[in-house]
Ligand binder design. Structure first.
Ligand code: MLT
Length: 412
């Protein structure tokens, strides 16, 4: 008989968002009237149409694919040069960071990248992960066998959890012990907190001192509203020697359904072989991508490239401003409802303390049943998320305003 991967059996429940979708489906079947007024602020999925510059570029690319002379089959697994250049130039070099075109690896999502990167990292690494955090980091490590079993709070043996609390502004501080790989996400999903330069410097210093690697998820960097907060880990001197960055077109260009993202693996980034020899990770990641991935479609990459055109940049800015406007509406609505609210300033997420000692799932049920609004229970992001919930600002303005009203009408 064939054996399965036992590590999957350690996973606590279904993946968070399908589990929420399942519960909401049951609620809607049982409450058809409430289902009609349901507003979804659960998964952080964009609602507004694609930037017109991107749509035009994809139409044009479809036309090219329709003609023998311009048709293209398999593309380079690591991304077309035109997109790698646009990314490296606009996101990095134009902002004073040294990133070469061939250090950019185009992919179909940061979710995949933050999980897949484990392929090129050793199984003996001690892994540190913020709590609460985007659940993919933990689940991917469980699947790969980097953890023991979970305890009752859902915390897995073998992982080093970095608590994110109101006391530390939801930004983890480097631990006293040595860890080899650290996942950081700023602006943070789910808390909306954004790390300052000093906080990132502390992590880069720690990583340099311990020869660790920081896996920096910057999928929400476009939402940063303060000049002083870094958009990239590479704004910190020394990060090219100790950090991999993940970025996505999902939350800025509205590509959640189109699929395009990228990772940055500097050629200067080393990890140790079993015998302790420092060896660059870049060739390993290239090898991994070209073996297990066939690249993002040409059409989509042209659409992503157009996000960097002058018109595309303006249209992306308008999208971000729209969602940040929703964040403001939701923050003030939740505050007016008497709730304790965090985030929502540099991120499309509002992190709310569930009142009256409610657990995260109790708050989820109450808000679903009484306000007919879907939120995300904080405990789904880790044990330190218990007692909180997340409201996503990805919605129409009218829906954000309606959610703000309904929160205030709730009797807590
Ligand atoms: C979220 O809601 O946390 C995100 O949409 C998940 C994702 O980007 O995969």
């Amino acid at each position: 008989m064939a054996y399965l991967n036992d590590h999957y059996l350690k996973l606590k429940a279904g993946y968070l968002f399908p589990e929420i979708a399942r519960r909401v489906r049951v609620f809607c079947e049982q409450n058809p009237a409430a289902a009609k007024r349901l507003i979804r602020c659960g998964i952080g999925d964009v609602t507004e149409p694609l930037p017109p510059a991107s749509v035009a570029a994809m139409h044009q690319a479809v036309e090219e694919m329709a003609k023998r002379d311009t048709f293209r089959g398999y593309g380079p697994e690591q991304g077309y040069d035109f997109l790698r250049r646009a990314i490296a130039q606009n996101d990095y070099r134009a902002r004073g960071m040294e990133v070469a075109d061939d250090e950019i690896f185009v992919s179909d999502g940061s979710k995949c990248d933050t999980g897949n990167i484990l392929d090129v990292l050793g199984s003996q690494n001690r892994i540190a992960i913020s709590d609460p955090v985007y659940p993919v980091y933990v689940d991917a490590n469980v699947m790969t066998g980097h953890t023991g079993e979970a305890d009752e709070s859902g915390a897995y043996a073998g992982l080093v959890y970095l608590p994110c609390t109101p006391e530390n502004g939801f930004i983890p501080v480097p631990p006293k012990e040595v860890v080899d790989v650290i996942y950081l996400c700023s602006p943070n999903n789910p808390t909306g907190a954004a790390a300052t330069r000093a906080q990132l410097e502390a992590w880069v210093n720690y990583a340099q001192a311990n020869k660790s690697i920081v896996l920096f998820d910057a999928a929400y960097e476009a939402y940063i509203t303060s000049q002083s907060i870094p958009h990239s880990i590479y704004e910190i001197p020394g990060a090219r020697e100790c950090a991999i960055e993940f970025r996505s077109c999902s939350k800025n260009g509205g590509f959640t359904g189109v699929r395009c993202a990228f990772s940055v693996v500097p050629r200067t980034l080393m990890a140790a072989t079993r015998r302790g020899e420092p060896t660059p990770l870049h060739p390993l990641w290239l090898r991994r991508m070209s073996t297990k991935f066939n690249g993002v479609s040409y059409i989509v990459q042209r659409g992503a490239e157009a996000l960097y055109s002058p018109a595309g940049k303006e249209q992306v800015r308008a999208l971000i401003d729209h969602y940040l406007g929703n964040s403001k509406v939701l923050v003030s609505g939740a505050k007016a409802a008497g709730l304790t609210v965090y985030g929502g300033v540099h991120a499309p997420y509002i992190w709310v303390q569930a009142p009256s000692g409610l657990s995260s799932w109790q708050a989820f049920d109450k808000i679903l049943h009484e306000a007919n609004v879907v939120i995300t229970p904080g405990s789904g992001f880790g044990s330190k998320g218990e007692g909180y919930f997340r409201i996503s600002a990805f919605n129409s303005r009218a829906n954000a305003e309606e959610v703000a009203r309904r929160l205030q009408a709730l009797k807590w």
